[in-house]
Design a protein around this ligand. Structure first.
Ligand code: ADP
Ligand code: MG
Length: 684
């Protein structure tokens, strides 16, 4: 999709007068390096120069008081209508000051004033002009988020010329809708948003902001819908299978599938059987039983004479999947093979051969699987576990590997509706919203870390009765030395209490070390596993019934939920202790209490979204998620739903965007750079 209107907006900022390579870099850091990106950098406040602490006033310059040394400020005594006022400069340029404020002249000055004992001060005035140039001082000024080295004035100056570059785009919004909302054109709104004259105009609900937010959301929804429309049209392989192996699997399963599992598999099966390409997200809380559903899908592919592959983000998870899948596949005579970065040399060659000659029917690996020259004999299905750990771009890159391949993505991060729309809008969604009946509710408690002795005592009792324990310490950044020290320190402390029955696992360890430790835990050679969040994703040890999380206040709710999901998998009652450090703020306490009140991942995710924002909910590793620039989902949720419905209408009437409005909408996509995603799919 090419821009019908070539526009200067995509030129780099250094094509504007007064911007050199150094400033370009600073802008790139702040908001992006194109003219458009600075236009999309919105003010967060507005200064009224008529209102305190800002003062714009006529000053009669009385006397310069030269400081005794450079360490002291330069003072200029002035007379004003509101009394004597000192203008103060630090790190001054003397010549500049003398030129700007000669004695016995009047100047209009504007800046923030403060009262000092009995007199007034203004440090570094924002404006100093001669009386006849008074109009050069803006009475209202937008205030922008800054980065070191870029001042508010520099941004304002750049915007002055940047705003002149906006062409008159043909209107892409529905005219009647615009009228009803009393929204002006895109161009006018951009101009207005950068020249606010009241606090109301900074509000996300101001019509100017609403229009711009809507444009961005519409671009997002339209792009995703186009991708989805394209995917639906891509001829895929029809994986019908005989159902024979699936029937055998059912006979082997020691449990009945939940209704939600059955429904999800039904949806997947239909997609796989159709001659179009599947792109489906399987969403289900931790422990809801996604693995078995994924396995059924893979068996379906195998039954149909194709290979399937399962991709997961960590080695532990991959090895665990291998164990689980092997257990079911072996009696069915399905061959499984593992490929991670660790298989090297001859062994690797052998594996690669089995993948390329088709003797490996199910292949399990990290996403490295797709970055290397792995050639499949006949790949039919790709399952991506813990999809939220991968970015959108990775997901889309996958589609380039083999265009006909069906894709099933899985995530245990319950995604709030708004995020599902903006992030996964290109996929169909199946939801497992029911837990296996064997799972018991978890008893969650929130306690101060000061209760350590009591906790240890209870733990001793429980361990004596055969319980196994996860003890999680925060290590938000694997590089944070102090956190690592804390984990080790805690490990030593606990080792003193439970000698020989305890292990430590963290991200700095080698893969095989982690694995052998996990194996010890599974084999009950150790009772307590002290860990950082490396155990967060997907690990399954049913006998572990106690989860202790230290400094729980430092974790996000979704992360706590994931961690807690590691327990409550067996038949006995599980307990989760959230230990916090005192003092705990009341909001932090409120957050932790949410964990006590519910085990519903969707509710927790909604709360997390409210408290921490989208990037956090989707996980910090998130690479593909790009926050909105003009829209703020905290305020513009209803616009998002309107945009979704709008897009449905648009594509129904004009699926290839050839009507006048359709053509205008292509500009919109181009402006928000959403055509990139569509290109990825095209070139697949
Ligand atoms: P997740 O959705 O977190 O990946 P898993 O697939 O690992 O969950 O399933 C968690 C546990 O529940 C596994 O031990 C699995 O064998 C078991 N399980 C899955 N489905 C059912 C079911 N319908 N009834 C009972 N247990 C089940
Ligand atoms: Mg899982």
């Amino acid at each position: 999709m090419h821009p019908p209107l070539p526009s200067r907006l995509f030129s780099n900022l250094d094509t504007l007068p007064g911007i050199g390579p150094k400033n370009l870099k600073l802008f790139q850091k702040l908001c992006g390096k194109t003219i458009l990106s600075v236009l999309f950098h919105l003010p967060v406040a507005v200064v009224n120069r008529k209102k305190e602490p800002f003062v714009t006033i006529k000053a009669m310059v009385l006397k310069h008081e030269r400081p005794i040394s450079r360490k002291h400020p330069y003072k200029i005594h002035c007379h004003t209508d509101i009394g004597l006022l000192d203008i103060i400069f630090f790190n001054y340029k003397k010549d500049y000051i003398i030129k700007q404020l000669p004695e016995n002249t009047t100047r209009i000055i504007s800046g923030q004033i403060s009262r000092f004992s009995n007199h007034l001060q203004m440090t570094h005035p924002d404006y100093i002009v001669e009386e006849e140039n008074k109009s050069l001082i803006p009475l209202y000024e937008p205030i922008y988020p800054l980065t070191r080295g870029l001042s508010n004035k520099m941004i304002q100056n750049v915007l002055k010329t940047a705003l002149k570059c906006i062409p008159d785009f043909p209107e892409w919004q529905n005219e009647a809708f615009l009228k009803q909302q009393k929204w002006e054109s895109f161009k006018n709104c951009l101009i207005k948003v950068h020249s606010p004259v009241s606090n109301q105009e900074i509000s996300p609900f101001h019509p100017t902001r609403m229009r711009l937010a809507y444009d961005e959301l519409l671009a997002n929804q339209l792009a995703l819908a186009l991708v989805r429309q394209k995917m639906r049209k891509i001829k895929g392989i029809s994986l019908k299978g005989s159902g024979e192996l699936i029937q055998k699997l059912f006979a082997l399963l020691p449990f009945h599938l939940t209704e939600a599992q059955k429904r999800s598999f039904q949806e997947i099966q239909e997609d796989m059987a159709s001659s179009y390409r599947m792109s489906r997200l399987l969403q289900g809380d931790v422990g809801s039983g996604k693995t078995i559903v994924a396995l059924m899908a893979m068996i379906k592919a195998v039954e149909s004479g194709y290979q399937a592959c399962l991709m997961a983000p960590t080695d532990i998870l991959i090895r665990q999947h291998e164990t689980t899948l092997y257990k079911w596949c072996q009696p069915l005579g399905i061959s499984i093979i593992l490929l991670t970065g660790r298989e090297k040399g001859e062994k690797r060659e052998k594996i690669l051969n089995k993948i390329s000659d088709g003797s490996a029917q199910i292949v399990i690996g990290t996403h490295a699987l797709f970055q290397e020259n792995v050639v499949f004999h006949k790949l039919g299905l790709v399952v991506i576990d813990e999809q939220h750990r991968f970015g959108v771009e990775q997901r889309l890159a996958l589609t380039q590997k083999g265009i006909f391949v069906d894709i099933l993505a899985m995530t245990a991060t319950p995604i709030p509706r708004t995020l599902a729309l903006t992030y996964y809008g290109d996929m169909d969604i199946s939801k497992i919203d029911e837990k296996p009946p064997t799972r018991k509710p978890i008893d969650t408690r929130v306690l101060s870390v000061n209760k350590m002795d009591e906790t240890i005592q209870k733990l001793k009792n429980a361990v004596q009765k055969g319980a196994q324990v996860y003890w999680v310490c925060p290590l938000i950044e694997e590089t944070e030395k102090s956190d690592l020290a804390n984990v080790k320190h805690r490990f030593e402390y606990l080792e003193g209490k439970f000698p020989g029955r305890i292990g430590l696992i963290h991200g700095k360890m080698k893969g095989y070390e982690k694995d052998s430790l996990m194996q010890d835990f599974i084999d009950k050679k150790i009772d307590i596993l002290v860990a950082t969040t490396v155990i967060e994703v997907g690990v399954d040890v049913p006998n572990a019934t106690i989860m202790i999380i230290e400094q729980a206040e430092r974790f996000g709710l979704s992360q706590l939920h994931q961690l807690r999901g590691r327990i409550g998998r067996g038949s006995s009652q599980s307990v989760c202790l959230l230990l916090y450090q005192t003092p705990l703020s009341s909001t932090a306490k409120k957050r932790l209490n949410i964990m006590r009140q519910t085990e519903d991942g969707f509710i927790i995710a909604e709360e997390d979204l409210k408290l921490r924002g989208a990037g956090q909910v989707l996980g910090t590793q998130q690479s593909g998620f790009q926050a909105f620039k003009l829209a703020d989902l905290e305020f513009h949720t209803s616009l998002l739903f309107t945009a979704r419905d709008d897009v449905k209408m648009i594509l129904k009437q004009d699926p290839s965007l050839t009507s006048p409005r359709g053509e205008a909408l292509k500009n919109l996509l181009y402006l928000f750079n959403k055509d990139a995603k569509i290109k990825t799919i095209h070139s697949g």
